[in-house]
Ligand binder design. Structure first.
Ligand SMILES: O=P(O)(O)OC[C@H]1O[C@](O)(COP(=O)(O)O)[C@@H](O)[C@@H]1O
Ligand SMILES: [Mg+2]
Ligand SMILES: [Mg+2]
Length: 334
């Protein structure tokens, strides 16, 4: 089989298809390299002393794990000096991180959730990194305002999955391709071209322990799934919940399904649990590029105009038929 490394793939995407320019190519290569470094640290686990809490809180008021902080630093260090970025923003930092003056600057803005699924770290379960790329509007300072663009403006998005094997799943707006890390060679190799999410599914992912806190349309939808063959849906559904969005979304990208983090009475004041810029937007771009759908219950996530960097949103994404149905329940109840 012809082995296509990520480097070769990106050069071909640039040269033959004109899907990206050399700065975006460099950016993706650098992010991929940083993800390899994060993967090595996660793989060593306790041996590298990277497990456990860092003893600090992030801007979201969440306890930071050592790996949250380390992954954030790895992504910042790797991306500062290449000349491809104007600034970076991260779930783990209060403010955007401008490129220091000693380095050249570029046209792109990089946004990331350095370590997703933090509660899985200490139990040796799958976690990931999520990233999104925007263009810095011309003549605009790369401050918070520059980042507040709807998800439709993303020029690339992807995630690294640190599971039994490490994978990189990527879109530059022309479908979704997946790469697997060959640890001996140290390179990501193309292993799946054109990932597609089937329109129909019998599998859903949601944290059911929050059911009593959900709003009526979400309760109605899930109750109908739980009613199985005898209920209005006329079929039995299966459930999975890994509590790492990257892992749950990767399963959906691979074999279909739906993922929900709806608004509930516990998170209503904050607007939801998951973050629009770091989690919802990049995942929605990937899901739509693979033929699925992503809404906040009322509208396409990618069309939401962010009001602040750390904004949170309800998230419903995956197989199109299910997302259309659950969205229609929310719209009806308006
Ligand atoms: O613990 P819960 O409520 O099931 O939430 C799990 C969700 O929280 C997250 O872990 C949030 O991400 P972070 O680990 O980056 O904060 C998602 O990956 C996941 O889907
Ligand atoms: Mg996350
Ligand atoms: Mg995180």
């Amino acid at each position: 089989m012809r082995r296509i490394t990520l480097s070769r793939y990106l050069i071909e995407q640039q040269r033959e298809k004109n899907h990206l320019n050399s700065d975006l190519r460099l950016l993706i290569e650098v992010v991929a390299r940083a993800c390899k470094t994060i993967s090595v640290a996660i793989n060593k686990g306790e041996l590298a002393g990277v497990l456990g809490s860092a003893g600090t809180d992030n801007v979201q008021g969440e306890v930071q794990k050592k790996l949250d902080v380390l992954s954030n630093e790895i992504l910042l260090d790797a991306n500062e000096w290449g000349g491809h970025l104007a600034a970076m923003a991260s779930e783990e930092m209060d403010e955007p991180h401008p490129i220091p003056n000693r380095f050249p600057k570029g046209e792109f803005l990089l946004v990331f959730d350095p370590l997703d699924g933090s509660s899985n770290i200490d139990v040796n379960m799958t976690v990931g990194t999520i990233f999104s790329v925007l263009k810095c509007p011309e003549g605009v300072e790369p401050n918070e305002q520059a980042f507040l663009q709807p998800g439709v403006k993303q020029v690339a998005a992807g995630y690294a999955l640190y599971g039994p094997s490490t994978m990189l799943v990527l879109t530059t707006g022309h479908g979704v391709d997946a790469f697997t890390l060959d640890r001996e060679q140290g390179s990501f190799v193309l292993t799946q071209k054109g990932m597609r999410i089937p329109e129909e599914t019998k599998e859903f992912a949601i944290n059911m322990s929050n059911m009593r806190f959900w709003e009526a349309p979400m309760q109605r939808y899930i109750n109908e799934l739980l009613a199985g063959k005898e209920g209005p849906r006329g079929k039995d559904f299966n459930m999975r919940w890994i509590a790492s969005m990257v892992a749950d979304v990767h399963r959906i990208m691979t074999r279909g399904g739906v993922f929900f983090y709806p608004i509930d009475s516990k998170t209503k004041d904050k607007g939801g649990k998951l973050r629009l810029m770091y989690e919802a937007n990049p995942m929605s771009m990937l899901v739509e590029q693979a033929g699925g759908a992503a809404t906040n219950g009322l509208q396409r996530i990618l069309e939401i105009k962010p009001e602040k960097l750390h904004q949170r949103v309800p998230v419903m994404l995956g197989s199109k038929q299910e997302i259309d149905l659950v969205t229609s329940y929310h719209l009806e109840s308006q």
